[in-house]
Design a protein around this ligand. Structure first.
Ligand code: CTP
Length: 423
């Protein structure tokens, strides 16, 4: 229907990018569920204020009331979001405009058309993402492959389109790694050389500098990092980023030495067990450990530049203090109840960050707290005390806390024993 609408207006419409790549990679009978589709429309428009993509998207939205329209990127790109369908999830449709000139051209002129979509595809990152399928006549369904994308799909190679690509957009280094690991492709040798060259040339400084210098860049870098660190292939991806020296893009002090690797893996195991529904955002904790190598001031600045969530920035601020406080205090605690008192006020992610960076002894205490002691309940509650004839008041808390301590220390085991002690 979108193609018909475009055709009706005398425009050309293409499906481009990841959707084409993923469709071509699927085996014969395999079903693919596309949730993020990029379209490019090539057509002139009377007004220079709105691109053809925006106009096309608006017409579609008028037909389908169940989708939401948003416009971004200086009026050139429109996105349509279809709400969550219980069976298929949600669908994002991005419609970009390939033509930047706003004067008419003969719609039937194939040369003008070819050069416009070719230019659009040439601006993209990798050959495997620079494929398009024409959706409007003539020759609808035709696959456009100007840069050898099909050959690279067959050879399983991630190949960049031009030498300056990584200098212009360092987030593409992370994208190269993401596609290589996710699709089980190799980064083509020349492309790898361009990546290494970009990193050696200090491109990461551009990312590290204050937010006002490159806000869009850091936002995109965060998006790529999140993508990588929350994917099920995060381990090989992180390893490849490290092999390429690309973690430097975050900060020149970030490396993946044995210690940091161990900490990230240990935290991930703990998180999997303690937060199986991933409410905390495991990717964030991995990132926080990764950047924990940077000195405090610069780490905080980086977290702000990357616009990490508030709770993450808070954690970065307090974790060092919490670490030294717990090291000092836990060592002197004998009883379980004393250890409990040191730990119960702190949040799970804070404790995990401290644990992975602590001695085995401290780590064990924190693990016991998280898996056992934090689940212990007081044998009596306020209602029990009331039933026993005690008047409600601040004393309740004192009594209940004492009962919890005695339970934790194994000195009372049943409700009856607790009642006897209260009496
Ligand atoms: N793109 C690019 N450079 C970037 C980001 C995106 O050239 N830094 C281009 C690529 O051609 C990509 C398209 O924009 O195919 C859409 O980007 P995105 O949706 O992020 O990537 P997909 O290829 O669709 O990948 P995924 O399947 O992971 O969403």
């Amino acid at each position: 229907e979108i193609a018909q609408e475009a055709e009706h207006k005398g425009w050309h419409l293409y499906i481009v990018g990841g959707a084409v790549r993923d469709l071509l990679l699927t085996q014969n009978n395999e079903k693919v569920l596309l949730q993020d589709i990029d379209l490019v429309v090539d057509g002139f428009h009377r007004s220079a204020d709105v691109g053809a993509g925006v106009e096309l998207a608006s017409s579609i939205q008028k037909k389908y009331s169940n989708c939401r329209l948003s416009v971004h990127g200086e009026f050139q790109t429109a996105a349509l979001l279809w709400h969550k369908d219980p069976e298929f999830g949600s669908l994002w449709l991005d419609i970009a405009t390939s033509r930047t000139e706003f004067y008419p051209y003969p719609a039937a002129n194939p040369e003008v058309e070819a050069s416009s979509i070719r230019q659009d595809l040439y601006r993209r990152d990798f050959t495997i993402n620079a494929l398009a399928v024409r959706l409007t006549p003539p020759r609808e369904g035709e696959l456009l492959d100007f840069f050898g994308g099909i050959l690279d799909l067959k050879a399983k190679e991630v190949r960049v389109l031009h030498a300056n690509s990584f200098i212009e957009d360092p987030t593409r280094i992370y994208r190269a790694v993401r596609f290589a690991v996710r699709l089980n492709f190799e980064i083509e040798p020349q492309t790898e050389a361009y990546i290494r060259y970009a990193i050696e040339s200090g491109i990461y400084e551009k990312l590290r500098l204050k937010n006002h210098v490159a806000p869009a860049l850091t936002t995109r870098l965060k998006a790529e990092l999140k993508y990588i660190l929350e994917a099920n292939y995060w381990k090989p991806a992180l390893q490849l980023l490290s092999d390429l020296d690309a973690l430097k893009c975050l900060h020149y002090q970030v490396t993946l030495d044995e210690e940091i690797w161990w900490q990230i893996r240990c935290a991930s195991r703990w998180l999997k067990y303690l937060d199986p529904d991933n409410n905390i955002g495991h990717w964030l904790i991995r990132l926080e450990i990764l950047i924990s190598q940077i000195n405090f001031k610069e780490r905080k600045q980086l977290a702000l530049n990357l616009q990490l969530p508030k709770e993450s920035i808070e954690r970065i601020k307090i974790v060092n203090i919490l670490h030294s406080e717990l090291q000092k205090n836990l060592i002197n605690c004998q009883k379980v109840s004393e250890k409990y008192k040191q730990l119960y006020r702190h949040k799970l992610p804070d404790l995990i960050l401290v644990a992975v960076n602590s001695s085995k002894k401290i780590r064990r205490i924190i693990w016991q707290y998280l898996t056992q002691w934090s689940k212990v309940e007081t044998p009596l509650n306020g209602n029990d005390l009331k039933r026993m004839g005690y008047k409600p008041g601040p004393k309740y808390k004192v009594v209940l806390d004492k009962l919890l301590s005695l339970t934790l220390d194994g000195e009372i085991q049943s409700k009856e024993e607790a009642e006897m002690i209260v009496e």
